[in-house]
Design a protein around this ligand. Structure first.
Ligand SMILES: Nc1nc2c(ncn2[C@@H]2O[C@H](COP(=O)(O)OP(=O)(O)OP(=O)(O)O)[C@@H](O)[C@H]2O)c(=O)[nH]1
Ligand SMILES: [Mg+2]
Length: 220
């Protein structure tokens, strides 16, 4: 049985036409409320997401994962949200339950998914930087008040900071036999390396932006 629309799955997707359909199909085994946000994708991401049964927020300009998430959270009124990356391979309903159940039970305010047994490269990457995981479940209203969410291109450092500051209960949960397509595979080796370098530089700059007051609370 499907759960009511108190749970939405929000998927930021930038040029992910290859993998987003299967992520949506798995998400729709849990809820009809599956929101994909594409901002300026130049491939068929929005069309593929629509065909796979998602609600699509298609923004004209690329602004980053954080602004996309923020727009997606406003496109639903569900109480709980599961955040997923669009490049997952092997996603099943069991992974969604693993993320959501501790939150709905009230044991955690946020569950953060880490890959286990999905392949050396992605397991290793995820184990090195589990705090950057895109797989999470929490209450939608908590996430919406995270300072910087709407303005940070890569929102995970802002979320991590908010988790520490607010003292909410969070923990990692294992997502077995799940992996993602790495940037070097998606974009080609050198473009992938370039994109990855830019991502890490942006993430490393978060603390400085926050201290300068540039990662500020967001207005709806
Ligand atoms: N809407 C939107 N989504 C984005 C943007 N940048 C990244 N994403 C999505 O955010 C998710 C994570 O991005 P990736 O580029 O795969 O980053 P990652 O998984 O942390 O990086 P690697 O492990 O290094 O490949 C994917 O679903 C992307 O499509 C963006 O600018 N806009
Ligand atoms: Mg990825």
């Amino acid at each position: 049985m499907r759960s009511p629309a108190s749970v939405a799955v929000v998927i930021p997707a930038y040029n992910e036409e290859q993998t987003v359909p299967s992520v949506i199909h798995a998400a729709r085994t849990l809820t009809d409320e599956v929101v994909v946000v594409s901002d300026g994708s130049t491939d068929g991401t929005a069309r593929a997401a629509l065909s796979a049964g998602a609600r699509v927020v298609d923004l004209p300009e690329n602004a980053g994962k954080g602004p996309a998430l923020y727009a997606g959270l406003h496109a639903t009124d569900a109480q709980y949200v599961i955040l997923l990356d669009a490049d997952l391979v092997g996603l099943t309903r069991a992974h969604l339950d693993t993320l959501l159940e501790p939150v709905v039970r009230g044991d955690l305010d946020m569950a953060v998914g880490v890959f286990e047994g999905g392949g050396f490269a992605t397991d290793f990457g995820n184990r090195m930087t589990p705090h950057l995981s895109g797989q999470r479940a929490c209450r939608r209203d908590w996430l919406l008040q995270v300072p910087g969410l709407a303005s940070e291109r890569w929102p995970e450092p802002a979320i991590t900071h908010a988790l520490k500051q607010s003292g909410v209960r969070w923990d990692y949960v294992e997502l077995s036999n799940l992996r993602q397509v790495m940037k070097e595979e998606k974009r080609g080796f050198w473009r992938g390396v370039k994109y990855r370098t830019k991502m890490y530089l942006d993430i490393l700059g978060y603390r400085r932006r926050r201290k300068r007051g540039k990662a500020v609370p967001d207005q709806p």
